[in-house]
Write a protein that binds this ligand. Structure first.
Ligand SMILES: Cc1ncc(COP(=O)(O)O)c(C=O)c1O
Length: 477
């Protein structure tokens, strides 16, 4: 159902019940479906009444855009229609109807260091007077090179514009260097819209991820998929010595959050080395872990490293780095490559605006001091949510990676992508998200993810915990 449909049905008093959508299961995530249904109805009504301006402008979709959305993910919000943003600053977002929300979504990590961090905003203003793109380096580029090496530990870097592209380019290098064409991913992964990573275990068997638009290839021809935390399956998959690269997040964050078992990363590194496979760590979300990401916080030693989203404080930019060893093999393979387009790079990448913003972000915003504060507040948030879940006797749990906290409407901890998929409770989660919005709190629409930025205040965390508690009480009553 599109937002326009939803809006029309709401106006006609015909919002479909969760029970109807879910073929009437009695409970979802340990909560009676009827109760979720009632919450969704009430909150949808309250939301629509509270957002007359957004409703007038976007209630039936935004004119001129395909299906009414500038980008299709904007249809994934749980609200009957999205609100239009007037301004965002620090960890707050204000809509055109005058509601100020505590923002824990933070652009799904793109703004995880706060909206328009002042040093980044100043750098953007300064650079705007000196040109926005010219395909040449400047003095900020010289600084950024050193900052990347110092912050993340790898010696050789490239700039791209999205994490998707950075992953795609890093995988090309992995293939060029190893002379192998297969990659390996973990079930439930997401690395952006990198085609070859869209594979899943369906009933235990590798298959294209369901739902891909226009995909015509059998992606499993070049990609293996196994469960996260399954060391035996990993060794079996790598032993054939045909895998160029394992690409993984250090923690699976793109389904319900799955933490690595103790020893998993050690085994992953040892086995990839043993069988001549490169290891690409995608830190795009786990950069929440601490300064230098999960890699630095937990001493991982990847061959390739990718970070997108917040690296330039919200300006589109990504970085990908490699070890000395990979770089020297890549140099050798470049000598053998026939003349022609490498298949890597995009015109606007490594532009001066990115360099200015990245320099400011890496040197003044993503600091160890900022991380220490983020971590403390995230621990406070996780403890508050856990307490609420316990008091209301809900069969849920909370997971945390540094400044990233998630509540999961199922018992935990989760071990792999299959368990994470099963733990998802979309109807229940949507009702909770919408009820949070009506209580002045925004969390990510795709997962139950809540990010703490350096700009997030203790009182905002307090408001989130008490709004969550209020909703949990309603659901558990
Ligand atoms: C781990 C990870 N890698 C890569 C990406 C892709 O980022 P982008 O959409 O900015 O290309 C995402 C997006 O959510 C992600 O979660």
């Amino acid at each position: 159902m599109t937002i326009a449909d939803f809006s029309r049905r709401w106006q006609e008093g015909r919002i479909p019940s969760v029970g109807a959508i879910m073929k009437k299961p009695k409970t979802i995530g340990g909560v009676a479906a009827a109760r979720i249904d009632a919450l969704m109805r009430e909150e949808s009504k309250a939301y629509a009444e509270a957002h007359p301006k957004s409703r007038a402008a976007a209630g039936s979709g935004i004119n001129g855009f395909l299906f009414g959305h500038p980008m299709h993910w904007m249809a994934d919000w749980p609200m009957p229609f999205p609100f239009l943003v007037k301004t965002a600053s620090g960890a707050s977002i204000t809509d055109i109807d005058g509601h100020e929300l505590d923002d824990f979504c933070l652009g799904d990590t793109g703004s995880m260091f706060g909206h328009s961090p002042p040093p980044v905003a100043r750098a953007i203003r300064r650079q705007a007077r000196h040109g926005l793109t010219y395909m040449l380096p400047d003095e900020d580029a010289v600084e950024v090179g050193s900052l990347l090496v110092d912050t993340f530990g790898l010696p050789h870097w490239q700039i791209a514009t999205t994490a998707t592209d950075a992953n795609r380019f890093a995988l090309r290098v992995a293939r060029a260097v190893t002379g192998r064409d297969r990659i390996l991913v973990f079930n439930g992964c997401y690395h952006g819209t990198v085609d070859e990573t869209f594979v899943r275990l369906v009933d235990g068997k590798p298959a294209n991820r369901p739902g891909l638009v226009g995909e015509f290839r059998d992606l499993t021809a070049r990609a293996s998929v196994i469960e996260f935390n399954d060391i035996a399956a990993l060794e079996k998959a790598l032993a054939g010595q045909d895998i160029a690269c394992v690409i993984t997040e250090p923690v699976l964050t793109n389904s319900c959050m799955v933490l690595p078992d103790p020893g998993f990363h050690k085994a992953l590194r040892a086995l990839t080395r043993k069988y001549g496979t490169l290891l690409l760590i995608d830190e795009t979300h786990t950069i929440s872990s601490g300064h230098g990401g999960y890699t630095r916080t937990f001493g991982l030693k990847p061959d390739l490293f990718v970070l997108g989203k917040p690296v330039a404080g919200g300006v589109p930019a990504s970085v990908w780095g490699m070890s000395d060893d990979v770089a020297s093999h890549f140099r050798e393979s470049e000598k053998r490559r026939e003349a022609g387009h490498s298949g890597m790079g995009t015109t606007l990448s490594a532009n001066p605006l990115q360099f200015a913003a990245m320099r400011a972000c890496l040197s003044q915003v993503m600091t160890p001091k900022a991380y220490a504060r983020m971590d403390r507040l995230a621990a406070r948030l996780a403890a508050g949510l856990e307490d609420s879940i316990r008091r209301h006797r809900l069969p849920w749990h909370v997971s945390r990676v540094g400044a990233r906290v998630e509540f999961i409407c199922a018992p935990g901890p989760l071990k792999n992508g299959t368990e994470a998929e099963r733990a998802h409770a979309p109807a229940l989660e949507h009702a909770i998200h919408l009820a949070l919005v009506n209580r002045g709190i925004l969390i990510a629409p795709f997962h139950n993810m809540m990010l703490i930025s350096p700009a997030t205040r203790k009182r905002q965390v307090g408001r989130l915990v008490s709004a969550f508690d209020d909703i949990a009480a309603r659901l558990a009553a």
